[in-house]
Design a binder for this molecule. Structure first.
Ligand code: M6R
Length: 615
């Protein structure tokens, strides 16, 4: 995926674009570019690397002035990250300049046609094909830019959000969307375009999210002209006021967003529970569950679909829903689910989980489930995202903007929602006793405080990180509800420190991974008191017998594991169902500290993007 930005108004465009691109770097950061227009044409700069590299290049070049501009930060799909494949892309006549987020699936066949018509290509990108297709259609039929864009987009298979400017008409930008997000900020006499509204909230809070199949023609000092790509029908724009708190998207005292987001978890969990858990009345109230009570009450089975960290939360959801609500649950990778013929019948429940709400595989899985007649329920963080808009009902996690590429607070928020859901359905179906329900509700209310105490183990983890940051491999073990936490701990370490790590159910170790264990192999083991504690002690002994190093996550007051382990990280006591909300915290901090010692860019790990809006 990529980030796109644009400005049309009366201010100098360059600072708005460059600062906006920095805020969009979570979407991709392998190359970037900017084009700024005035009445004499445009200046275009692009370069491999982060936006800071682009900034350096522009400072050493001439200053760009102009009140219309577009910019792009890239996460490569077609073609390696380099200066040539970076956006904006320019048509053969140099008249049209385009930025694009998404994938044009039929770009190859279009390229063959354009080559036959004499077009040439410098880059390996699908975007350069699109800009030339628009030019070809415009010239051949003598069309306005907007009409050429519209007709071209009707020839496209794939996903896009685009912004395009014509050199001879810098007073106009045409934008369009299908599948990839596009927000438009609107002020008196100015328009702001961005993949999400964060780059422009300093300037305006009035925004409109383009819907799939919509395009807009933005003209200086003119009203917004919103249309349907299919048939050019005019649409009345619905402009809403954004409710984003600027503090949430600043690093504050933290060096990295990831560290800030780890430390925010007491608050974010509280925000997830707010208005939904009324402990004093033993009440869980969630509108979207209440209004679909019958569906949940009669559920014969639930399928949960997600990717990455959200998939790990789904595995925890499986445990919770089966344990508390006694509903059979299947958890699927969205990327697998979408390409097989899953057995989903009319009215079956499919839950999709996604932080961003824009993950391409999860969106495709959602669409497949809907096509099969399922009731699709979403658990999403980003308000107004594609998934949030397309599900039948759902719950927002309310974790606030998550900027670090490695998910942290969104994971604990997802688990919190899944606990609420499982308790609520369990109550409907009378699969949970009143006393257990009340106990868990009360304990859930105390989780933010317990996460707060867990965060205090920072120093212990710093010491452990100093010892092990140089190793090549880590093993993470957990059992039951904490097995997905082991998977999540391993994913966090891989993502940001590039150390190979694997998560395993502790008892599976003897079926293979035990072969890896020697004196240089650290094994992180979740050994909290519940969940087969005695068996876990056995697993630890197996590791120690092979000289492996054990880093154990234990409960306060633990004695047995603490005697055996090389390093002990103590967390507060809590019921097993809620334990992932605490056990994951040390694993997040461990990954962060190791990556930090290694000097890696924690928020922008190589090869990754915050939300994967392409296949
Ligand atoms: O936005 P989503 O929750 O749908 O994203 C799914 C994964 O791409 C995401 O969790 C990814 O694995 C993160 N980088 C994990 O830290």
């Amino acid at each position: 995926m990529c980030g796109i930005i644009g400005y049309l108004g009366y201010k100098d465009a360059y600072p708005i674009l460059i600062n906006g691109l920095k805020k969009l770097e979570y979407r991709g950061y392998d190359s970037s570019g900017i084009a700024v227009f005035d009445n004499n044409g445009y200046k275009l700069y692009k370069t491999k690397g982060k936006v800071s590299e682009l900034e350096k290049k522009i400072i050493s070049g001439s200053i760009i002035q102009g009140t219309t501009g577009i910019g792009h930060t890239r996460w490569a799909t077609h073609g390696i990250p380099d200066d040539i494949n970076a956006h904006p892309h320019v048509s053969n006549s140099k008249e049209l300049v385009l930025i694009h987020n998404g994938i044009i699936e039929n770009y190859h066949s279009l390229k063959v046609i354009l080559l036959k018509h004499g077009f040439t290509f410098k880059s390996q990108t699908d975007t350069e094909v699109l800009v030339n297709l628009i030019e070809y259609i415009q010239k051949k039929n003598k069309l306005s830019l907007e009409e050429a864009v519209r007709i071209s987009l009707n020839e496209i298979i794939g996903a896009y959000s685009i912004a395009i400017v014509e050199r001879s008409h810098p007073e106009r930008i045409v934008i369009a969307k299908l599948g990839s997000p596009l927000a438009l900020g609107i002020n008196d006499r100015e328009f702001f375009i961005a993949s999400d509204p964060i780059p422009f909230i300093d300037y305006t809070k009035n925004a409109l999210y383009l819907k799939d199949g919509e395009m807009a023609i933005l003209r200086k000092n003119k009203e917004l002209d919103l249309r349907k790509i299919l048939n050019n029908h005019k649409i009345s724009p619905i402009i809403k006021e954004l409710k984003i708190n600027i503090k949430e998207i600043e690093k504050g005292k933290y060096k990295y967003f990831m560290l800030k987001e780890i430390n925010e978890q007491p608050k974010t969990i509280l925000d997830t529970l707010r208005g939904r858990l009324l402990i004093t009345d033993g009440l869980i109230y969630i509108d979207s569950i209440e209004s679909n009570k019958d569906i949940f009450l009669k559920a014969k089975g639930i399928t949960i679909v997600a990717c990455g960290t959200s998939w790990h939360a789904s595995l925890i959801g499986e445990y919770l829903l089966e344990e508390l609500a006694r509903v059979p649950v299947e958890v699927e990778y969205a990327s697998e689910f979408r390409y097989r013929n899953p057995i989903i019948k009319k009215k079956d429940i499919v839950i999709v989980i996604s932080q961003s709400g824009e993950t391409a595989d999860t969106i495709a899985a959602l669409e497949l489930a809907k096509k099969k007649g399922a009731f699709v329920f979403g658990i999403c963080n980003v308000v107004g995202s594609s998934i949030a808009r397309n599900v039948d009902a759902g719950i927002y996690t309310h974790a606030g903007p998550e900027i670090g590429v490695a998910s942290t607070k969104s994971f604990t928020a997802q688990i919190t929602v899944l606990v609420l859901l499982a308790l609520k359905i369990g109550k409907y179906r009378s699969t949970i006793t009143d006393s257990r329900y009340n106990y868990l509700c009360k304990e859930l209310g105390s989780i933010p405080d317990k996460v707060n105490s867990t965060l205090k183990i920072d120093d212990t983890i710093k010491r452990i990180s100093k010892i092990y940051h140089g190793v090549n491999n880590f093993l993470y073990l957990g059992r039951g509800i904490n097995f997905p936490v082991a998977l999540e701990g391993a994913l966090k370490l891989k993502e940001i420190s590039y150390i190979h790590a694997e998560g395993y159910p502790a008892a599976e170790m003897k079926h293979g991974p035990i072969a890896l264990i020697d004196e240089s192999m650290p094994v992180v083991i979740i050994a909290t008191k519940k969940g087969c504690y005695e068996k876990i002690i056995g697993n630890i002994q197996e590791i120690k017998a092979r000289k492996g190093k054990v880093i154990a996550i234990v409960n306060e007051g633990d004695f047995q594991v603490s005697m055996l382990a090389d390093h002990v990280i103590k967390i507060p006591n809590v019921s097993e169902e809620l334990s992932p909300l605490l056990t994951v915290i040390p694993l997040q901090i461990l990954a962060y500290q190791i990556a930090f010692i290694l000097g890696e860019n924690v928020d922008q790990p190589r090869n990754l993007a915050k939300s994967v809006t392409v296949e």
